[in-house]
Design a protein around this ligand. Structure first.
Ligand SMILES: [Zn+2]
Length: 260
């Protein structure tokens, strides 16, 4: 199918400093010294002349403040500065429902919300309130997701979804039950928005699972699936401070980069 190539915009809206043992599961098993590591927070915009697709919406002011995160630019201001017409209701892909990915869904009150059925079902199901899982979500934000569902705006899928020509959403699980990635056709080749299936480049390169995990086996399997995607030219991880420097600067005082 022919279609106009897309451009991917990566927006770094938040940051924090932590240590390696806080991000890598059972880090002591590697027998390496602990040390500082940064964690950046991103959302992504996919667009061509015909359409705009939003991938995740960042943490809310409340969700970020509760965890001591630093906001570098308010997501609403970033969307507006980048010319995203929020009122037009562009589709919003939710890669997973953690607080730092669905925190500003209310900026898109007219948008269809696309996520894996397994993700929606999990966070509206009996284990969502267990402490080690629940600490990564905000109840008000899950309530907003349920409200969007009642409004008929939530579109779920199982396995994969061809959202638009050249844009495919793929459920990989692991980090959360319905953790998804997005494959985008750009004129710089296929881009994989890995979101939190791969927080850090090192995480994939060394198969080092992240601390927050729903299924450890699925997380390892997701690494294998991603490694097998020979068509991917550019991998964009969910939280790596090294990400922006690998791509073309795109304004926002150094907080944005583009591919394609
Ligand atoms: Zn995240």
């Amino acid at each position: 199918m022919s279609h106009a190539k897309y451009q991917v915009t990566i927006v770094k809206y938040g940051t924090r400093q932590t240590v390696r043992s806080d991000v890598y599961l059972n880090y002591h098993l590697y027998g390496e010294p602990d040390g500082p590591i940064g964690m950046d927070y991103f959302f992504w915009i996919v667009r061509n002349a015909e359409r705009t697709i939003i991938v995740d919406t960042g943490f809310s002011a409340a969700g970020g403040a509760r965890r001591g995160r630093t906001t570098l630019i308010e997501p609403a201001a970033a969307f507006d500065a980048l010319g995203v017409d929020r009122a037009a209701g562009p589709p919003v892909v939710v890669t997973h429902a953690h607080y730092d990915h669905i925190g500003n869904l209310d900026l898109f009150p007219a948008s269809p919300v696309i996520l894996a059925a397994a993700e929606y079902d999990f966070w509206t199901g009996p284990y969502a309130n267990r402490m080690l899982l629940h600490h990564s979500v905000e109840d008000e934000e899950l309530a907003y997701l349920r409200q969007a569902e009642r409004e008929g705006r939530v579109r779920t899928f199982a396995g994969s979804l061809d959202l638009a020509p050249g844009v495919r959403v793929l459920q990989v699980g692991g980090h959360t039950p319905g953790q998804s990635v997005v494959l985008v056709d750009t004129d710089a080749g296929t881009v994989l928005l890995a979101s939190d299936s791969v927080h850090y480049y090192e995480e994939l390169e060394r198969s080092m699972p992240f601390t927050q995990v729903a299924s450890l086996v699925d997380m390892y399997a997701a690494f294998e699936r991603i490694r097998a995607m020979r068509e991917v030219r550019h991998l964009v991880p969910g939280h790596d401070p090294d990400t922006l420097g690998r791509f073309a600067p795109a304004g926002l005082n150094g907080l944005a980069a583009t591919i394609g």
